[in-house]
Each structure stands twice: as structure tokens, then as C-alpha cells.
Ligand binder design. Structure first.
Ligand SMILES: C[S@@+](CC[C@H](N)C(=O)[O-])C[C@H]1O[C@@H](n2cnc3c(N)ncnc32)[C@H](O)[C@@H]1O
Length: 405
């Protein structure tokens, strides 16, 4: 009986939701106003709500309840209690190959993500579509010198993890680690592919050591994280570059307040910070630089532009974004990204490095911006890579490293 009440509540929730805030925040607020739901009820209702969005743009004609059940069936790799009560004939078939399950449920998998022509070159379409039906893992990046202590604490607390590499652990998504480890000080919650942006930073580190134009080894590298948000890439850069003179900026003041708090925990003390909209002309940025860096010259050895993007490489975590996405947005992001990069490049020293990243799978946000940087700004492309996460329960990111001649 309670399972039918769970699906009814999920239907009600979906009818009230309009995509303007993350679905996770919306549900959280709903439950904070409706205290009668216990933790198991909350878990089931959220699971059913997310199942609806995991179908993306497929099965749009289905009534909400039927769409939830279809999403639940396709995203269940094995029999489970919810499906057993709500759709028992499908519960026995959860272990069939995905293509067969889709056929049985009347879903065309290629409608789930209907913009295959817009994808970056290296995306493998079928596994990419299938990834929307799986919730990604939670990844930890172990900070230098903290691997043993973190693993030990997780083991003591009985939290399962898989070692992806010496500094990366994968945990089931619902793992509660807040009270077990000191996040940001010992380990950063950071997707695996986002951690792999560190490989591109390592490439820059190796190149700065060789570059005749770069600062002398004893002087810290001047690094500007131009779209810093709460500082994920900045903390990574601080762990990779042994001597760093860090400047961070973002268009949002609120997110820089989060960054400040994270930096305290992460032990990053000396940095400059300012608010800047990089889609406008550079004359607006100059005074902010001067205020933030006590008049220091505003050119940099390394600039990180982890630009605002569609986030399409992360939609398995937030499938509601796939459901509400309109493809006209791709062009808008691409234009914004080119403007931001343009502002950033003006502050790059000759011989300096630009690291461009997105968490998008669209070529207009990835290869097309790379081409623009090469053609319009004559920067030399050292490496570009699509960091695919869809077969590893991780996000997909894109990164490119350039050097200014
Ligand atoms: C993908 S996020 C950056 C994530 C961050 N680097 C990290 O690793 O956690 C992009 C950031 O760009 C910022 N942004 C959006 N438009 C901007 C603009 N016009 N100028 C500067 N920053 C902007 C957003 O506020 C957002 O925090």
C-alpha cells in the first residue's frame, strides 16, 4: 500500500516542479515542510521522481505515473522492492539487456538524448545515452599526504570504497562521509573526470619548468582561476603547483563566499579574490585586479577558464536538466564562452598557459571554442581531451591546454 502512496506523492511533486531549481533542493524543501515522511519514504519518493527524469526526452507522451515506472524499470539493473510492488511483471525482467528492456517498455533509447549530431567527436553515443539511467558515484580526491588517513577513517566507519588510483576513491552515491572525514582538508569531493583536469595541469607544470619565458623557478607561478566558483579547480591547482600566487574571480559574490570558507578548511591562505563579469569589456576588470592584488601587474603565467556551460556532461547526476534542456542554449553558451576566454587571454603573459575546461559534451562548447582560440587568438594548442566518464559512473568533461606565443 505504502508504495502506491509513494508513487502518488512523486506524481504530485513532479506536477508542482518546473525545473527552476535543482530537483534535489526542491524535494528537500518539500520534505522539510512535510515531516510525516520517514527516511525510507523520502528515499523511495525521490528515487521515483528521479526515475521520471532519467528518461530524458524519451516517452514524453506517457502519463506521469507510467513514465515514472518506465524510468524505474530501465534504470533498475536488478529486481527491487519498489518495482516488485508497483510493476511486478517488469521486476522479473530487470536483468535483460537494456535494448530489450527498452523495446519491452516501448521506449526508443535514441530519443532520450536527441542531439547526437551536436556531440563532441569522441562521445560514444549508445553508452552515453545508457549512462543517464544510472546514478553516478561519489568521488573523493585525496589531498597530498592524506590518502592513508582517509582510507583508514572510511574503513573504520564501514564505508565501502573502490580505489580508482592512488589519489581517487569511488563511493556509492549515498555514502555519508561528512562526519567521517574532514572534507576539503583531507579530501575534496570532486568527480573523477574533474580530478583528471589535474593531468592537464601536470602537463602545464612540466612545460613551465622547460619554458624560457616563464618565471624563474624560485618565483611562484601567477595563476588566475577566472571562473572559480567555490574553488574546486583552484584547490586542485594549489595541490599541483608547488609555488603558486593564486588569484580567483567569479561573477557571483555568493559563490566566492563559499570559496573563502572552503579555502580556510583547505589551508589556502594567500590569494587574491575579486568579482568580475568576464563577458563584458576588460576595462571593467582592470580596477578589480588592481584592488585585489595591491596594484600588481595583472598578467598571469597560467589562466584557468572553467567556463559556464550546459553541464551536459553531468546530467546523469541532475537528469532534470536533460529533461528541461532546449538546444538553443548551446549556441548561447558557446558565445559566452568565447567572450570569457577572450577577456582571459588578454591577461596571459607571452609564453603563459591557458587551461580551458567545460563539463559539456557538445562540440560547440568544446572543439568549436578551441578552434576559435587557435584562429582568433593565435594560441598554440598543446593538448585537448574529452575526459569521458559515462562508462565509469562519472561525469564527462572537456579540457584543452594552450600556450601564448
Ligand atoms: C563551471 S563553474 C566553475 C567551477 C569551478 N571552477 C570548480 O572547479 O568548482 C563556472 C563558473 O563561472 C561563473 N560565471 C558565469 N558567467 C560568468 C561571467 N560572465 N564571468 C565570470 N564568471 C562567470 C559561474 O558563476 C560559475 O561559478
Amino acid at each position: 500500500m505504502k508504495y502506491f502512496s509513494h508513487i502518488n506523492t512523486a506524481v504530485q511533486l513532479l506536477q508542482q516542479y518546473n525545473g527552476s531549481v535543482p530537483f534535489g533542493s526542491f524535494i528537500k524543501q518539500f520534505f522539510s515542510q512535510h515531516k510525516k515522511y520517514g527516511s525510507k519514504d523520502r528515499k523511495n519518493i525521490s528515487h521515483l521522481g528521479y526515475a521520471f527524469f532519467r528518461l530524458g526526452k524519451a516517452g514524453l507522451q506517457l502519463p506521469v505515473e507510467e513514465r515514472i515506472l518506465t524510468g524505474l524499470f530501465l534504470s533498475s539493473p536488478e529486481p527491487n522492492e519498489l518495482l516488485q510492488h508497483l510493476k511486478p511483471d517488469w521486476n522479473e525482467k530487470t536483468q535483460l539487456p537494456l535494448a530489450e528492456k527498452a523495446q519491452l517498455a516501448g521506449i526508443a533509447l535514441n530519443e532520450l538524448f536527441p542531439w547526437s549530431a551536436e556531440l563532441s567527436e569522441e562521445v560514444a553515443y549508445e553508452p552515453f545515452c545508457a549512462s543517464f539511467l544510472t546514478q553516478p558515484d561519489l568521488f573523493l580526491r585525496l589531498r597530498p599526504g592524506k590518502a592513508a588517513v582517509v582510507k583508514n577513517k572510511l574503513q573504520q566507519a564501514g564505508i565501502a570504497f573502490k580505489e580508482i588510483n592512488p589519489s581517487c576513491l569511488a563511493l556509492p552515491n549515498a555514502s555519508k562521509i561528512d562526519t567521517v572525514i574532514e572534507t576539503d582538508r583531507e579530501a575534496v569531493i570532486q568527480d573523477y573526470s574533474s580530478q583528471r583536469i589535474g593531468e592537464l595541469m601536470e602537463l602545464i607544470r612540466a612545460s613551465t619548468a622547460l619554458s624560457p619565458n616563464s618565471s624563474a623557478p624560485s618565483t611562484p607561478l601567477r595563476v588566475w582561476d577566472a571562473c572559480a566558483a567555490s574553488g574546486g579547480k583552484s584547490i586542485l591547482a594549489s595541490d599541483i603547483f608547488p609555488r603558486i600566487d593564486l588569484t580567483v574571480s567569479d561573477v557571483r559574490k555568493s559563490i566566492l563566499i563559499n570559496l573563502e570558507q572552503r579555502f580556510v578548511t583547505a589551508g589556502i591562505k594567500n590569494y587574491h579574490s575579486f568579482i568580475a563579469d568576464l563577458s563584458t569589456s576588460s576595462s571593467n576588470i582592470q580596477p578589480a585586479f588592481a584592488r585585489a592584488s595591491s596594484g600588481k601587474h595583472s598578467t598571469f603565467d597560467i589562466i584557468i577558464t572553467d567556463v559556464p556551460c550546459s553541464g551536459s556532461g553531468t546530467w546523469s547526476r541532475t537528469p532534470e536538466q536533460l529533461y528541461y534542456f532546449e538546444p538553443q542554449q548551446i549556441e548561447r553558451y558557446s558565445t559566452l564562452q568565447k567572450k570569457i576566454v577572450e577577456q582571459a587571454i588578454a591577461h596571459l603573459k607571452p609564453g603563459g598557459f591557458l587551461l580551458y575546461c567545460t563539463c559539456s559534451v557538445f562540440k560547440k562548447e568544446n572543439e568549436e571554442v578551441v578552434q576559435h582560440i587557435q584562429e582568433k587568438h593565435a594560441l598554440q594548442l598543446l593538448k585537448k581531451e574529452l575526459l569521458t566518464g559515462y562508462t565509469q559512473k562519472a561525469d564527462t568533461l572537456f579540457g584543452a591546454v594552450f600556450q601564448k606565443r
